[in-house]
Design a binder for this molecule. Structure first.
Ligand SMILES: [Fe+2]
Ligand SMILES: [Fe+2]
Length: 427
């Protein structure tokens, strides 16, 4: 089992305005050497598959698994454990201000104005926020405890609890300056809204198709989903815009988990690891479904952030258009696997073919596949890599980590790449 070193956060490297995609790319770069070693191992085993046969592979797999989890299966749990720590961190911020504070989800005292704006969207918002927060806390606690029970390293992000967060009435004062995630500069991609209403396109089959956004202005610029200070609660219209932003951020993040778990589960070799992934994943789906229903009730409005000058417009989604109609919350059937098959109601995406091609090019340029005789194995390996890197990119693009240190990105990238290495180690 490869131990994960826990780098120290570097608070001095904070930057509020750097281009996120560039930054993630830069931070991934130092890990190339790591990918290269792992991929070389995979390549060697893959060549064995072509020449020696499946018997050898079975014995390799058995040997790896004999001490507990294979490194690959452990990585398939460690990466989501880290993501769940991040999920719990931002859900706790939401709960302190707009949820129910109790023994299950302690901390904070509630912000009455923000809570009221949230309840305009959904009466039971406080309970929903509380229960979603509770779920995420148990997700990372279980995943890490399971890893430890098998002698594997857990995910640990404690060194990165350095972000300021909100100082508005209701937050837990002990956690000001100790957050992992940033809810005040979000760019929220709401294209899932039409992706799940479109019966002709599936991102796995149409990687270049652009699904329309439910709230286009949230997909550009930076928006806060919580009151940053008490000043943000003074204008009721802007405060409602903040609550609406949260209401769209909830399903946007949960649909990510909704796709991530089935994508990772396809790579598990241990039946119990598979069971864990396919048992947690559908709870993310339940979160997504609930929140996608709730978001449609966000009142239409236009507001301008008094601090940043950024404008946001929430459209009326009670429309006849089937791509936008807020009543159509069930996943519309769509093409799956092959267009010659009938359309079917499914989670999508669950593979990463479109993104994989970019990464395949990236690794090919690195020389990793020179002489590789098993193109299928190489392709599947890259699909596996992209599933995890794609999730990290998704969260980074959302702006959730604005202000985080370089060490944070390096650590998250390493966890993602370890998860990606699963197939190389097990096949
Ligand atoms: Fe979760
Ligand atoms: Fe979740």
């Amino acid at each position: 089992m490869k131990a994960i070193s826990n780098p120290t956060a570097n608070g001095s490297s904070r930057s509020e305005s750097r281009p996120l995609e560039d930054n993630l790319e830069k931070r991934i770069r130092p890990r190339k050497r790591f990918i290269s070693r792992r991929s070389f191992l995979g390549k060697t085993i893959a060549l064995g598959a072509g020449t020696v046969g499946a018997g050898l592979l079975t014995s390799i797999r058995t040997a790896e698994a004999s001490g507990g989890l294979s490194p690959g299966d452990a990585a398939l749990l460690r990466f989501p454990a880290a993501l769940e720590l991040l999920e719990a961190d931002f859900w706790i911020q939401y709960n302190e201000l707009g949820g129910i504070q109790d023994d299950e989800v302690p901390g904070g005292s509630g912000n009455p104005d923000y809570s009221e704006a949230l309840e305009v969207i959904e009466d039971e918002m406080g309970d929903y926020i509380h229960d979603n927060t509770d779920d995420e806390i148990t997700h990372h606690q279980f995943l890490n405890a399971y890893l430890v029970s098998k002698g594997a390293a857990p995910a640990n992000l404690d060194a990165f609890r350095t972000l300021m967060g909100s100082t508005a009435t209701g937050v837990n004062p002990d956690l000001i300056g100790h957050r992992l995630t940033n809810l005040t500069q979000l760019t929220v991609d709401t294209s899932w809204w039409t992706r799940y209403r479109d019966d002709r396109h599936n991102p796995d089959l149409d990687p270049n198709f652009v699904f329309k956004q439910a709230v286009p202005t949230l997909g550009v610029n930076q928006h806060t989903a919580i009151p940053r200070t008490d000043a943000d609660t003074s204008d009721p219209n802007f405060l409602q815009a903040i609550a609406n932003t949260a209401a769209f951020h909830f399903p946007t993040i949960e649909q990510g988990g909704n796709s991530l778990y089935p994508s990772l589960a396809q790579r598990a070799t241990n039946v119990e690891v598979l069971r864990i992934l396919i048992s947690i994943g559908p709870t993310e789906t339940m979160h997504f479904q609930t929140w996608s229903d709730v978001a449609g009730n966000a009142p239409p409005l236009t507001a301008v952030d008094p601090v940043t000058g950024v404008r946001v417009r929430f459209p009326d989604l009670e429309v006849e258009n089937e791509l936008f109609d807020k009543a159509l919350i069930m996943p519309e059937p769509c093409p799956f696997l092959d267009r010659s098959l009938p359309i079917v109601s499914i989670i999508r995406p669950t593979n990463t073919e479109g993104v994989a091609m970019g990464a395949l090019q990236f690794l090919t340029n690195m020389g990793l596949f020179i002489g590789q005789s098993n193109a299928f194995f190489a392709y599947m390996t890259q699909l596996a890599q992209d599933a995890a890197m794609g999730a990290l990119q998704f969260l980074t693009n959302m702006g959730l980590f604005i202000g985080q240190s370089n060490a944070f990105f390096a650590y998250m990238t390493q966890l993602a790449q370890d998860a990606d290495a699963a197939e190389r180690e097990c096949d």
